[in-house]
Design a protein around this ligand. Sequence first.
Ligand SMILES: CC(C)(COP(=O)(O)OP(=O)(O)OC[C@H]1O[C@@H](n2cnc3c(N)ncnc32)[C@H](O)[C@@H]1OP(=O)(O)O)[C@@H](O)C(=O)NCCC(=O)NCCS
Length: 297
Amino acid sequence: MSGPSGAAIPKEQAVAIRRAKPADAEVCGRICFEAFGRIAAQHNFPPDFPSPEFPIRILSTMFSHGGFFCVVAEQDGRIVGSNGLDERTPIAGVGPITIDPAAQNRGAGRQLMQAVMERATERNFAGVRLVQAVYHSRSLSLYAKLGLVVREPLACMQGPAIRKTPRGYAVRTAQAEDLAACNELCRRVHGHDRGGELSDAIQQGTAVVAESDGRVRACASSIAFFGHAVGETNQDLQALIGAAREFHGPAILVPTRNAGLFRWCLDNGLRVVQPMTLMTVGLYNEPAGAYLPSILF
Ligand SMILES: CC(C)(COP(=O)(O)OP(=O)(O)OC[C@H]1O[C@@H](n2cnc3c(N)ncnc32)[C@H](O)[C@@H]1OP(=O)(O)O)[C@@H](O)C(=O)NCCC(=O)NCCS
């Protein structure tokens, strides 16, 4: 068997886990591209990433950011996979986890998952969450064995910009001064904030807020695969989704039990790319409002 490098990966070698370094992003990004692409093709779904450059860029950021705990698995001195833990909020988010297709199903994924779960326990996170591709029976089984519970069915949705703003709403780029109001809104809906993540997004210029009657009603780190959004009501969130010029990355993640929001997305031209699920362990409150999770949670 051979990995993305084309070199043979021996079966018997023990797997060693270590912290990821920025220089590991290139090889891990290629494995990520290959692993997601391979499993998607096997199930006749489109690939998550158009080229290895996208996951390489994401992992470069994660591996050099102090708010992430990232690990690689090595076999015989060669990297065979990686995983990450987003530690910027009171809930830790897992992913992306990928193993070289030539080294899968031999325990490396379990070790990478255990490494981040142990870290979350040591650091006293209130909970751990991730988003799982429904068609992948191996990841579903692995996460369930490690204690994660299927919490929310999601539709990964893509389509043209909707270009509709409900009457009385204004949507604008979020500023540092909005952070307190956004954190308060997120705590009301989810029981915790996502301030660390939102603060990064405000600095990067991707965060947006929807206001009406002079008050922040919804906010998002970005309306994208790697962004999350929260609003008091469906209409508040629709203001943000309707104003997005495009949905960056593979798609946005819409909780399908929120039938009103899901149907509104369908009625406005978005199409379901693939079903996914939110899985959680530890603190979880049934959301008291509308939200879109990111691909981490
Ligand atoms: C998902 C992934 C990271 C798992 O890593 P891996 O090294 O292949 O998995 P492991 O061998 O460590 O663990 C698989 C576990 O699931 C179990 N399993 C696999 N298929 C199963 C099935 N159909 N039913 C029940 N259990 C199953 C295995 O027995 C094993 O359990 P164990 O550790 O208790 O023995 C890897 O397959 C991968 O990179 N996939 C492509 C990318 C991807 O889907 N990433 C996750 C996104 S949600």
